[in-house]
Every structure is written in C-alpha cells, then in structure tokens.
Design a protein around this ligand. Structure first.
Ligand code: COA
Length: 165
C-alpha cells in the first residue's frame, strides 16, 4: 500500500463532545448498531479503547475508528465513514493512523471480524495487509451473516508502517 498523500482532513482522538455526531454516522452506515451509550463507555471508561475521528476543515466529523489495545494485539472494534464521504481515502487513512499509533504503544498484530458481504471493508483490510483467517458462521445477530476473521500478522504490520515513511 502506498503512503497516504496529504488530505483535506485531520485525524484526532474522539472526545465525549464528538459522540452525538459519531452516533449519527453509525446510524447512517449501520456498521454495528452500537447504542450511543457504548460510545460513551469507549471514550470515557474503557482503558483499552483507542477512539479516532477524521474531521474536515469545517470541523465536520467524516468518519471514526474504535480500536481495542490488549497487550500486543490491536482489535478493530468499530469503523465507519459518513456515506457522503466514502471512497475518498478517509477509511484507509483512519486505519493507518490507528495502527501506527497502536504500534507505538506496543501492538504487533491486529485482528478483526467483518461481514462476509462487506466488500469495501474487506478490500481495505486486504490492501492494508490483513489476511482471512477463518469464518464464524451466522455471527451477526441482525441477519445471521457469516463473519470473516482477518489477521494482520507482525511482518505485514511492520511492512505497512515501513511503507508510510
Ligand atoms: C468500510 C468503510 C469504513 C471504508 O471507508 P472509505 O473511506 O470509503 O474507504 P477508502 O476510501 O479509504 O477506501 C475505499 C476502498 O474500497 C474500495 N471499494 C469501494 N466500494 C467497493 C466495493 N463495493 N467492492 C470492493 N471495493 C470497494 C474502493 O475502490 C477503495 O479501494 P482503492 O483504495 O483500492 O481504490 C466505509 O465503506 C463504511 O463506512 N462502510 C459502512 C460501515 C462498515 O462497513 N464498516 C466496517 C465494519 S467491519
């Protein structure tokens, strides 16, 4: 994956004030249907959480990424870009930023689950270096869709970060 070019948005930590806007993105993308209180828990209480948002020059939140750091593993917990701003590289930039910061905190591998039919997300994860590692049958409660488990192993993780330099 090529290094990210300079983009007209910034990535910063999510704060409690950002949550209502983030929740609107969740509602519009139906990534995981988290209730608003889950975002408060992640930002205010969960020490393992690393919550990022992409913001444009007007201060509009374009997308978010929630990761859980557990020793040397970084898990992708929730991730979405506002429908009007998709396909402009924002999701990829959020992932690279989150993974870079997590590496600096000691993460060396990453794991995630993705709906088997979510081709845009699977595409991004594969571009980053994640590889399919298994299937959880009927994993999602809303439609019983299968989940694909994907792993970013240490070597691929390091390669991704080296490419950003
Ligand atoms: C997944 C998601 C966060 C990606 O964000 P994004 O900002 O649109 O992503 P980017 O613009 O960085 O990258 C989009 C890539 O997906 C590709 N893509 C878009 N639609 C696609 C499709 N239907 N099939 C395959 N690839 C697709 C684009 O071509 C692009 O790839 P490229 O960089 O090789 O050209 C966004 O689509 C989203 O919010 N989806 C709904 C929520 C969700 O599914 N979250 C993930 C939960 S695991």
């Amino acid at each position: 994956m090529k290094p990210m070019e300079k983009r007209p948005f910034q990535i910063r930590r999510m704060t409690p004030k950002d949550i209502s806007e983030v929740f609107q993105i969740d509602a519009q993308t139906a990534a995981l249907y988290w209730p608003e209180k889950s975002y408060h828990f992640e930002v205010e209480k969960n020490d393992a959480s690393r919550c990022w948002i992409a913001v444009n020059t007007n201060g509009t939140i374009l997308g978010f990424l929630i990761l859980w750091l557990i020793v040397d593993e970084i898990h992708v917990a929730n991730f979405a870009v506002h429908p009007e701003y998709q396909n402009q590289g924002i999701g990829t930039a959020l992932m690279i930023h989150g993974l870079t910061c997590a590496w600096n905190e000691g993460a060396r591998v990453s794991f995630l689950e993705v709906r088997a039919g979510n081709h845009p997300a699977i595409h991004i994860y594969q571009e980053i270096g994640y590889e399919p590692a298994g299937i959880r049958k009927n994993y999602y409660q809303d439609n019983y869709e299968d989940a694909i488990l994907m792993n970013l192993e240490s070597e691929a993780y390091k390669k991704l970060l080296d490419q950003q330099e």
